[in-house]
Design a binder for this molecule. Structure first.
Ligand code: MTE
Length: 325
């Protein structure tokens, strides 16, 4: 069995990683077409080289970076959703289980998903590519808290405090090359620990989404690693997810395992499922109805209080200039 048991980046402070953890990650990466033949040989070689250049990097675990300071630039026009509601009403198709017909009850089925020592791959038209640890990024960029509105295409809405780092810092660190117009994001997908991936096999797994590079560099675009001052709950997309609150919720890719800088607009999960319902751009707009319902109003979780939908979900002052050219 080609399992790595002793790892050069292990340190005293790094929790020993169980074999099943590697098996799960390996399976998911194989689904992404990354592990052909040997176990991730090429990306791990890059990782070893970087570890050699960066010998002072030790793992302490993500929770040690919390809580983070609030960025006061982003304010809410409504009460914050309760932590209980934001973590018990979640859209995460990978975890939909036949055991509970309510698709928003995914919190019940996330226990086996192991998000420790998370790494992700960066590929395509970028100056830095390879496999990176999320914790390296947090060390590099630091963390801040932001309170954002959150609007699902199905019309429910919330207001929540995310912790994370600006996506701009992340994009600039990897350095898109000339011709990189988009960034594609891919979620972890493992049928062993994710009942939805196992059972909903008519869907085009893994979940993918994308942004234009200028959108990814907008001040509001955020990579969240936490919620309510703690590490992200699994049902909310642990340990790293996208947060782009001026777009409908489905753009907010959860549990990201791969970022790819591309020339062409990437295909996305929901666009493949229903192209006329889920366009790539998907900015919140009350004047553009979904083909099956109006988008003029939204309903706040948990009591369904209705509010008029705001263009760009209220983030026009930050994002409108990208679309008014
Ligand atoms: N990411 C993945 N991988 N799988 C999903 O099913 N659902 C999307 C988005 N990201 C989804 C996903 C949708 S439709 C919404 S509204 C938000 O996650 C919900 O985020 P929340 O559960 O934190 O509120």
């Amino acid at each position: 069995m080609n399992i790595i048991t002793s790892k050069p980046w292990d340190s005293k402070s790094l929790r020993p990683t169980e074999e099943k953890h590697y098996l799960n990650r390996r399976k998911a990466l194989r689904q992404l077409g990354l592990a052909t033949g040997g176990l991730l040989t090429a990306p791990l070689l890059g990782l070893k080289q970087r570890q050699k250049q960066n010998l002072d990097f030790t793992f302490v675990g993500l929770s040690d970076y919390f809580p983070a300071d609030l960025n006061k630039r982003y304010t809410l026009d409504r009460p914050m959703t309760s932590e209980y509601d934001a973590t018990h009403y979640n859209n995460f198709y990978e975890f939909i289980s036949r055991e509970d017909p309510n698709i928003y009850n995914v919190y019940k089925f996330v226990d086996q998903f192991d998000t420790r020592d998370w790494r992700f791959e960066v590929s395509g038209l970028a100056n830095r590519t390879g496999v990176y640890f999320l914790e390296e990024m947090i060390k590099q960029f630091g963390l801040e808290e932001r309170t954002y509105r959150h609007r699902c295409v199905e019309r429910w809405s919330m207001a929540v405090p995310w912790t994370g780092f600006p996506m701009k810092k992340f994009v600039d660190f990897f350095g898109p090359q000339n011709g990189a117009n988009y960034i594609k994001m891919t979620s972890f997908a493992d049928p062993v620990v994710m009942p939805g991936v196992r059972n909903l096999n008519h869907y085009p797994w893994p979940y993918t989404e994308g942004l234009r590079i200028d959108e990814a560099r907008n001040d509001v675009a955020f990579i969240a690693t936490g919620l309510y001052g703690k590490t992200l709950p699994k049902q909310n997309g642990a340990p790293m997810r996208l947060v782009v609150p001026w777009k409908y919720g489905y753009k907010n890719t959860k549990s990201i395992i791969k970022f790819e800088f591309t020339k062409e607009e990437p295909t996305t999960f929901w666009n493949q499922v229903a192209p006329d319902e889920y366009p790539f751009i998907s900015n919140v707009d009350p004047t553009v109805p979904h083909p099956r319902w109006s988008q003029e109003f939204e309903k706040m979780i948990p009591d369904g209080e209705q509010r008029p939908t705001l263009k760009y979900n209220g983030y026009g002052e930050f994002v409108a200039q990208m679309y008014n050219k």
